[in-house]
Design a binder for this molecule. Structure first.
Ligand code: GLC
Length: 532
């Protein structure tokens, strides 16, 4: 395998910078905080870090509202600090992926303020989707966060925002928009970024006739509708190819798409002149049973493998409920609404944690890249009980009380069981941490046999030794409740996702998801082993 292929097998750790580590004690995570934790990440054994948006931003959507793509938010630090951090990460063998947000910018971006000042018909407005409309919004498109996707400005025109009103969509048919982003890519590549996670990679192209949508469907399913007027249109692939050409000017760089598209469509994003990878979110949605996992994994692996692309595995990220909590909820309870509707006692936290540990072995053993969301290696639960008055997410703001949104998975990391904000910083954190975080703190887990942290650290080490030589995998026939596969090296992962124990498979055990497993593999446990 050449060094160009590092991304095929990487374990990528996702840093939600605002909540990772606070270096200056102001309650907000920052670049210096991240820099101070690089040795921790190197010791954990990750290959790369993806950093959520760190640009100047009014933070009306956690930084996905970018005011300047070529700088660092002063609340997070400076460009010089970021450059030092990238250098230090590289010295520790860790690559850096920057979050690129091309579908929209912030309403504080210089282009948008110029567009507002310049007025209807101006060249400044042509970089966005401004439209005239006398009776209400120009069409019935809905914002992903709820409410109309159009907002009216003082002179009467409307602008399109598929997300929050503070995130005006850019018009990607405009040559200046394309040139600007090619230049932004080079800006970060020149500063040592090893690649990009591309936000809403299926959204940039819009039907120029802006037709009404037949029905109002939610983001996930709407992305799967054929010839959708704003998701997954063919023109997006030209943009992908333009960016890939820029990356190809450099050695060793990669880009991964956040594309919520159908299984049939996804391979197009993975053609050799487009993305190196695309996230697959299917496991996030899969029910906890062997059959669902098997078909979901095959649905991701088979097409990617056929194209020579690498699969990706994601259990949690900054947009969904943390999976230790998700796995503890009954299958018929929606995790999106449960924090509002309850019932509270539907949650079985111990079950969720067992399953999360087994899921770590299932996913880290698979071919391809695994993405680990900060705190996942500590088994952190969702802070679903955050009170409404501290919530910051536009999803909560715009949901009219029906959804608490995504702050529950963005609560600052507990590094120590004692002290202000559990070692996140010197004072209170920007979101309150619950008392139960003390028990999950990194200092309670590092070096402790049987801890979540030890499981992840061991798993990442064994993964590097035995799971990354090639992308081959075969399914092993097994009991209905059991998921079992073998990798090219001959090493196996066997997970009992059923409700009764099964005999421990014969072999030399490398790692088990629960301590002290000998004769039996109980429900919700997994093992890595060399079969004998
Ligand atoms: C992506 C991000 C999400 C953000 C949205 C708009 O889905 O992951 O956090 O709100 O794009 O940029």
């Amino acid at each position: 395998m050449t060094s160009l292929d590092w991304w095929r097998t990487s374990a990528v750790y996702q840093v939600y910078i605002r909540s990772f580590a606070d270096g200056n004690g102001d309650g907000t995570g920052d670049v210096e905080g991240l820099r101070s934790k690089l040795p921790y990440l190197a010791d954990l054994g990750v290959d790369a870090i993806w950093i959520n948006p760190w640009y100047p931003s009014p933070l009306l959507d956690g930084g996905y509202d970018v005011a300047d793509y070529r700088d660092i938010n002063p609340a997070f630090g400076t460009l010089v600090q970021a450059e030092h951090m990238i250098t230090e990460a590289h010295e520790l063998g860790i690559r850096i992926l920057v979050d690129l947000v091309p579908n929209h910018c912030s309403w504080d971006h210089a282009w948008f303020t110029a567009a507002l000042d310049a007025g209807p018909g101006s060249p400044e407005r042509a970089r966005f989707h401004f439209r005239d409309s006398l009776d209400g919004p120009p069409n019935n498109w809905q914002s992903v966060f709820g409410g109309p996707a159009w907002t009216q400005v003082d002179d009467g025109q409307w602008y399109l925002h598929l997300f929050d009103p503070s995130q005006p969509d850019l018009d990607w048919t405009h040559s200046e928009v394309r040139e600007e982003f090619a230049s932004i890519l080079r800006f970060w590549l020149d500063r040592g970024a090893d690649g990009f996670r591309v936000d809403v990679a299926h959204g940039m192209a819009k039907d120029p006739s802006y037709p009404d949508l037949a029905d109002h469907v939610q983001i996930l399913s709407s992305a799967k509708m054929p010839n959708h007027p704003h998701w997954d249109r063919d023109e997006v692939h030209d943009i992908n190819r333009q960016w890939r050409a820029v990356l190809n000017e450099y050695d060793d760089r990669m880009m991964v798409a956040e594309a919520w598209v159908s299984e049939e469509s996804l391979p197009k994003y993975l053609r050799s002149d487009e993305y190196h990878q695309s996230f697959s979110f299917d496991l996030l949605m899969a029910e906890w049973n062997a059959e669902a996992y098997r078909s979901t994994i095959a649905g991701v692996y088979d097409p990617a493998n056929a194209l020579g692309a690498a699969s990706t595995w994601v259990l949690s990220n900054h947009d969904v409920m943390r999976h230790t909590t998700r796995f503890g909820l009954p299958a018929d309870v929606s995790w999106r609404t449960w924090p509002v509707t309850g019932p509270v006692d539907a949650l079985d936290s111990a079950l969720g944690e067992r399953r999360a540990r087994a899921a770590a072995l299932i996913t880290l053993g698979l071919p391809g890249s695994s993405y680990i969301y900060q705190g996942e290696e500590l088994g952190l639960p969702e802070v679903w009980e955050l009170p409404w008055d501290v919530l910051d997410d536009p999803v909560a703001r715009r949901s009219e009380g029906t959804q608490k949104g995504r702050d529950g998975c963005r609560v600052p990391i507990p590094w120590t069981s004692q002290g202000a904000s559990y070692g996140f910083g010197d004072g209170d954190a920007w979101l309150p941490q619950p008392e139960r975080f003390a028990a999950y703190a990194a200092d309670q887990q590092i070096g402790v046999a049987g801890s979540f942290h030890s499981l992840y650290r061991d798993a990442l080490r064994i993964r590097r030794e035995h799971f990354t030589a090639d992308a081959a995998m075969t399914w092993i026939d097994s009991d209905p409740g059991v998921l079992a596969y073998e990798r090219g090296s001959g090493v196996r992962c066997v997970a009992n996702m059923g409700s009764t124990p099964v005999p421990m498979p014969a072999g030399d055990v490398l790692l088990t998801s629960q301590p002290d497993l000998t004769d039996a593999l109980p429900s919700d446990t997994a093992v890595w082993l060399w079969p004998t």
